[in-house]
Design a protein around this ligand. Structure first.
Ligand code: SF4
Length: 958
């Protein structure tokens, strides 16, 4: 066990257990920093740096730099953070498991034991991103959506099942169990972890805080439980999984002192929307945020988790709550063992990190204040989560946005009468009960027709005596609510708001209120615990009667898996160019995230979602105007339906027990018969199936050997693309639809796949043949080598010399050109402007670049994560000097490029030379800076990428 600073100490781990920890108070005693004044989140990262300090991956200098963290001027240094575990969702997780499988195949080919390839830290993958709301508003919706999901994703699931049995440190939570972040909160998180290791010649248990990264931005939710964790791209997660540090710049920490208490009628959702607006304005991007003070202590963990969840929306890396009695109580209430809870509490006490800090106890970079008593009920939207609107002002705000010009953020409907409504007839040939299974997933229109024209309900069985609804006619116009979804980890993990939604539904149903047939209603919680308590409290039937039947346990409307609207509704939106609305308890609402045709999306608490579904429109003041009429025609107001805090608390007490969590998270694999029906191959090696178009062995280890080649200059390269500023990772590797005419589309057609079955790039991330063809294939990317065009096209100039060299440059797709260059062994470069690789981290943006044969990207500046991803994939990032770029150098892509100065020796930040040979024979030399920033990155690059580096290390150590 590393103990460079001699901080390893014994402590009482509770329940008669003795353990060891790397003591932070001891580090302070030794004079290494004023640790007791550091933010708790920084101390947790410091513990990891201290524990993993081995002089190579993590150096003593790293410990000292972080221990001496200066609140007002944090060091401009990268922190090597080795996390305790990794969480994945299925969309981003599949390619990681594909890479592990490819590593095993490579080891086998080299005659080694494939089992040496194992995630070195525990990995949990929750299959939550593949369910879609095709069916809703019926007791059958859950089953039918699940059937559809399994039909669509069978190949991916078969592969994941292989992974489940092949890797010991890899746990898979099958579809239909929940949303990754809620499952993490309720089940996976341990608060503190331990590992057996040698201490003084004895086998001992070393304890350390639970920390993680996940391949989903809302991983930050776990910070509500005092666990430091955030979302990263696939390549960082892959590095973490293989025991490598995740690097990030020493952050500033914004301390938010919370005081007071939330007022009656104000929910945790109102609070998080308030905080999102407040912190966006404070520009906390890239910073840690830590909440503390008596107000923070008063918040239960689910409320803290809701606030942690939306860190990406307020821009912070994390929104952290320190560990206190509430955190321990939450672990106990959710069924974690006494042993676990005791170790959690004792560990944090021994590290002097237990209890909510008070004002003045900690040094923060920025001090902010929030009185919880000031928070008002509200919603956020219609396009950004930080645009909070007080509830009384929603109607007025919507009407004014409707009229406002598009350039000012409005909808540009200057002269429309927003009161005009259009009749939509939703009756049709409704299938009868039992008709739905066996639908062809390709037939979108039929499916859409079916979902809204749901089976005639059986009042005795499904509808508890309510009349059939979502049939008949409706009138829709601007501001009509067409989607109302209780969805998203942000809120469904919080029993108080979920029960409030149920209580509001009960009061509405008791008054005989109904939801308009045009509203697509859904309930998609993040775990089955929610259904258990909604059933136990008797509230689910009331939600059902308003159409909020369970549609699935996973990510639905929140991520755009909202499914189709009724075709007649879609037609009306189109014909009348309607600005229709969705109301959802999610966290993001930019245009087209929720549904292609719904332009105004409002985030709000689950009870408000039910209220707006009942109102059927957003252009009103729900605090003054009636929500609708009761069965006697009497106007009913929100205040008549809103449950009191006491009603919510009473419901909560009768509903939540640790045994429920234990039962529902026990042996969940066997609780899903559909998952068990999926056949899975067995064995340590994956049998790659050439017939699969979802899973394919990537060529990262083709010709792999233990030999590490010397770094060479790049000579005789051609430009594959020249781009301007702010090229995003989505430009480089789109996640959306695959066009039939694109190289990826043509390839799929050649494999006998019809365009309607293409699915998205996102769903085919396990197949390099599709993803490489999709690289730089975004229809909006502009390659300046081919002025006036959009999409993935370039000019092909052939090798630098010889008969194939071309003077004019033939126009073709980027993929085709790259393959022609590859045939002639011509290295490629990309030239770009500022902020290259901006946007969310996407592993295929770097992987695809590499597989196209690009050796270097030379940009004016890089987005931080994409730069490190390029190095991780063995592609050289180089930076132009200030004020220089492809345009100032007059480059049009016809030049030949060489990068010299690499073969002598390289070190982080070294200046090398870009040699340019122009068509007319002119030559230029430009100094460019190597954006390999750390010594470990030199190793990654030398080995051809992080995967090859780790593989060689593992093979060498066996
Ligand atoms: S529910 Fe929404 S925010 Fe949460 S993980 Fe799923 S897609 Fe992401």
């Amino acid at each position: 066990m590393n103990d460079e600073f001699k901080t390893l100490q014994k402590f009482d781990a509770g329940n008669g257990r003795e353990g060891f920890l790397h003591s932070l108070p001891e580090l302070e005693t030794q004079g290494v920093g004023k640790i007791s004044r550091l933010p708790i989140s920084i101390r947790i990262v410091l513990e990891s740096v201290l524990r993993n300090c081995d002089g190579e991956k993590v150096r003593g200098k790293d410990v000292e730099t972080l221990a001496r963290w200066d609140a007002k001027k944090p060091a401009n240094e990268e922190i090597p953070f080795v996390v305790a575990r990794i969480v994945l969702q299925d969309f981003t997780g599949v390619p990681l498991v594909v890479d592990l499988a490819a590593m095993r195949s490579a080891v086998k080919r080299l005659g080694g034991d494939p089992k040496i390839i194992e995630p070195l830290v525990p990995v949990d993958l929750v299959v939550d991103h593949s369910v879609q709301v095709d069916f809703f508003g019926s007791a059958e919706a859950l089953r039918l959506n699940l059937e559809m999901e399994f039909k669509r994703n069978r190949e991916r699931y078969q592969f994941l099942k292989w992974g489940q049995q092949a890797f010991k440190t890899f746990q898979l939570i099958p579809p239909g169990i929940g949303i990754v972040h809620q499952v993490n909160l309720e089940y996976l998180a341990k608060g503190v972890l331990s590992q057996k290791s040698e201490v003084g010649g004895q086998r001992s248990e070393i304890f350390y805080p639970d920390t993680l990264v996940g391949t989903d931005s809302h991983t930050t939710m776990i910070n509500g439980l005092g666990v430091v964790g955030w979302g990263v791209g696939g390549i960082e997660a892959e590095a973490g999984m293989l025991g490598q540090p995740v690097y990030f710049l020493t952050p500033e920490v914004v301390g938010v002192h919370l005081s007071g208490r939330l007022k009656e009628g104000v929910t945790a959702t109102d609070l998080v929307l308030h905080i999102t607006q407040m912190l966006r304005a404070q520009k906390v991007v890239g910073k840690f945020v830590e909440f503390y003070g008596e107000g923070a202590a008063s918040l239960p963990v689910p409320d803290r988790a809701t606030i942690g969840n939306m860190s990406p929306e307020y821009g912070a890396t994390i929104g952290y709550f320190p560990v206190d009695q509430e955190s321990v109580d939450y672990l106990r209430a959710t069924g974690r063992s006494d042993k676990q809870c005791a170790a959690f509490e004792n560990y944090f006490r021994a590290q002097k990190m237990f209890g909510m800090p008070r004002r003045g106890e900690i040094d923060y970079s920025v001090d902010l204040e929030l009185d919880l008593g000031q928070v008002q009920p509200g919603v956020a939207g219609p396009k950004r989560p930080q645009d909070r609107i007080n509830l009384p002002e929603l109607g007025q705000t919507f009407r004014s946005l409707l009229q406002k010009p598009v350039k000012d953020g409005g909808y540009g409907k200057e002269n429309v009468d927003s009161a005009v409504k259009h009749l939509v007839q939703l009756n049709g040939s409704a299938p009868q009960n039992g008709d739905m299974p066996g639908i062809d997933p390709g037939e979108e229109l039929n499916k859409a027709e079916m979902v809204t024209n749901r089976p005639t309900p059986d009042p005795a069985k499904d509808w508890k005596g309510a009349d059939p609804f979502h049939h008949g006619e409706s009138k829709i116009g601007h501001g009509s609510v067409l989607i109302a979804a209780i969805t998203s980890c942000t809120n469904t993990s919080n029993p108080s708001v979920m029960l409030a939604a149920g209580l509001l539904a009960k009061k509405a149903v008791e008054r005989g209120m109904r939801v308009d047939p045009a509203v697509k209603t859904s309930l998609a919680p993040g775990s089955r615990v929610v259904s258990d308590y909604l059933t136990k409290t008797g509230l689910q039937p009331y939600l059902d009667q308003l159409g909020f039947n369970l549609v699935g346990y996973g990510c639905t409307t929140c991520i755009g898996n909202s499914g189709p609207l009724h075709p007649k509704i879609e037609k009306a939106i189109h014909d009348y160019d309607l600005i229709a609305a969705s109301v959802l308890s999610g966290n993001r609402n930019f245009e087209a995230r929720v549904h292609q045709n719904i332009k105004a999306n409002f985030l709000m608490s689950p009870p408000l979602v039910v209220a707006f579904a009942l109102a059927g429109r957003v252009d009103l003041d729900l605090t003054k105007e009636p929500i609708g009429k009761d069965k006697d025609g009497k106007e009913t107001f929100l205040r008549d339906l809103w449950p009191s805090l006491k009603e919510v608390r009473d419901a909560m007490q009768s509903a939540l027990t640790p045994e429920v969590f234990r039962r529902l998270y026990r042996d969940f694999a066997n609780q899903n018969p559909k998952w068990n029906e999926i056949p899975s191959s067995t064995g340590d090696i994956y049998q790659w199936d050439e017939k699969s178009d979802y899973i394919h062995e990537p060529p990262f280890f083709k010709d792999f050997s233990m030999e590490v080649e010397k770094i060479q200059n790049i000579v005789g390269a051609r430009a594959l693309g020249i781009f301007g500023d702010s090229v995003t990772t989505d430009h480089i590797s789109p996640a959306g639809a695959i066009k039939a005419g694109s190289p990826a589309g043509q390839y799929l057609i050649s494999r006998g796949i019809k365009p309607e079955d293409f699915n998205s790039y996102g769903s085919r991330r396990g197949n390099d043949l599709v993803m490489t063809r999709g690289t730089f294939a975004n229809v909006r990317i502009k390659n300046l080598m081919v002025p006036g065009t959009e999409g993935g096209v370039t000019k092909y100039y052939g090798p630098a010399t010889g008969p194939a060299a071309s003077a004019s440059g033939e126009q073709m797709s980027i993929y085709d050109a790259a393959m022609k260059y590859q045939k002639d062994n011509v290295p490629l470069v990309i030239l770009a402007g500022h902020e290259y690789g901006t946007g969310s981290s996407r592993d295929w943006a770097a992987k695809g670049t590499r597989l196209l044969g690009v050796k270097a990207v030379i940009a004016a500046s890089f987005e931080r994560i994409h730069r490190s991803n390029l190095v991780g994939m063995g592609v050289l990032p180089l930076q132009f000097p200030e004020g220089t770029n492809a345009q100032t150098l007059n480059l049009d892509g016809s030049e030949v490029f060489s990068i010299t100065g690499l073969s002598d020796s390289i070190e982080p930040g070294k200046t090398v030379t870009l040699e340019i040979e122009r068509k007319n024979g002119g030559r230029d030399s430009v100094p460019v800076r190597l954006r390999i920033d750390t010594p470990i990155e030199i190793d990654y690059y030398r080995h051809g990428g992080i995967l090859q580096f780790v593989l060689r290390q593992l093979l060498a150590s066996k």
